[in-house]
Design a protein around this ligand. Structure first.
Ligand code: FAD
Length: 365
């Protein structure tokens, strides 16, 4: 077992309260957000991480930090939680989406999302969170496997199942920057394919919710599709893949353990955007622990994320059932919107329809 404590942190430690340390299992976005929140409240924090580095599930691939479920900007929301945007983040205000029939270009004055990189490399979200944690004196015990948490703490150990998988390549490229999506069961059953390129780096992937067995076929089709439509080059491609799980738990608390991020199933059920929900839920779990009112946690995540989670699952249900018709319908709606970002936000807002469909939709995941 190894552990790291920032020098600045050692000095700050002496100022921290003498109360028992807050324990966090997992140094992903949810665990480190929890650690940063508890630290800001003056508590000593110990993060237990199974791997020898942060971001081991990822390979420097681009992910989208979603920015449409609130009117305000996600970067400001993270800053309010004490997470500084010291990670590389490229705003995406224009995206090109292909369905089976047409190509659609969507633009918005405010970014739809921010491209961030994941993994242990410089400038990734994971490295940035780690550096912020160490600078504040948070202890991260790496390579600590298989140890249950002491009786109370935040469980933030990532997905427990695989409702969706993504497979892709990261690569270097000479192609121009761009963000492209494709909605087609031939490329990504019940999901979507994407090509993201910025500053000479790229990620191309198929994110599917069905037929995982044939993932390699879908990936190769995705690469061929975007090569034909966009015409990009791939230098030194390296394959990656991963799983995600989606649930709306009745409770995210077991005794004195509070579950955050994907360990609780918190992820957008429609497209698998999980980073924002992970950091929000981690921070809310830490708030409840720090206040000593663990019973608040279910209410707090329910208020901030419950409606989004349930609507995401209903959206997935409708999207999956309608297939190509659903993809065209979504594109049709977005084509007509004066601000497609605002329309996406509305699609994630709970309504009477989502409340009615939810009991049926939840059976389908
Ligand atoms: C290929 C792929 C593409 C994705 N694309 C997007 C995207 O574009 N946008 C988006 O928002 N989301 C995306 N996601 C989802 C997003 O990555 C996750 O929702 C997010 O990382 C969840 O954060 P987390 O902290 O809950 O879990 P994780 O990031 O998985 O972190 C969990 C940590 O816990 C550690 N751990 C596990 N078990 C133990 C244990 N027993 N003891 C100690 N430590 C343990 C792990 O090593 C890991 O460091 C994608 C996921 C994948 C796989």
């Amino acid at each position: 077992m190894g552990y790291v404590t920032g020098v600045q942190g050692l000095m700050r430690d002496t100022l921290l309260s003498d109360g028992p340390p807050i324990h966090v299992l997992g140094a992903g976005p949810s665990g480190l957000a929890a650690a940063l929140t508890a630290n800001r409240a003056g508590r000593r924090v110990i993060v237990h991480e199974r791997s020898s580095e942060v971001g081991h599930r990822f390979h420097d691939d681009f992910q989208g930090l979603e920015n449409w479920t609130t009117d305000g900007d996600v970067i400001d929301e993270l800053a309010a939680l004490g997470i500084e945007p010291t990670f590389d983040h490229t705003p995406i205000r224009e995206t090109v989406v292909f369905d089976a029939h047409r190509v659609h270009t969507y633009r918005s004055p405010q970014p739809f999302l921010y491209l961030v990189r994941r993994g242990a490399g410089e400038g990734t979200l994971d490295s940035s969170l780690k550096a912020q944690a160490l600078a504040r004196g948070i202890e991260i015990r790496f390579a600590e496997a298989g140890r249950p948490l002491p009786e109370r703490g935040v469980v933030a150990q990532g997905p427990r199942g695989s409702d969706a998988i993504a497979v892709g390549y990261i690569f270097a490229t000479h192609a121009a920057d761009g963000a492209f999506g494709a909605m087609s069961d031939a490329l990504a059953p019940k999901g979507y394919a994407y090509l993201l390129m910025t500053q000479g780096r790229g990620t191309v992937a198929s994110c599917m919710f069905d037929d995982f067995h044939n993932r390699s076929t879908y990936l190769e089709r995705t690469v061929a599709f975007f090569r034909e439509k966009v015409g990009f080059d791939m230098q030194n491609p390296q394959r990656f893949g991963g799983v995600g799980s989606v649930r709306v738990p009745k409770t995210a608390r077991r005794g004195e353990l509070l579950f955050a991020g994907e360990a609780a199933g918190f992820q957008d059920g429609l497209w698998g955007f999980g980073m924002r929900y992970a950091m929000l839920s981690g921070s809310l779990a830490a708030r409840s622990l720090v206040s000593g009112r663990l019973e608040d946690y279910d209410r707090l995540w329910g208020e901030r994320l419950g409606g989004l989670l349930r609507t995401g699952i209903v959206n997935r249900f409708i999207y999956g059932k309608l297939g190509a018709l659903g993809y065209r319908g979504l594109a049709w709606l977005l084509d007509r919107a004066s601000d497609p970002r605002a329309l996406l936000g509305r699609l994630y807002r709970p309504s009477l329809l989502t409340r009615l469909l939810y009991p049926m939709a939840r059976q389908s995941i």
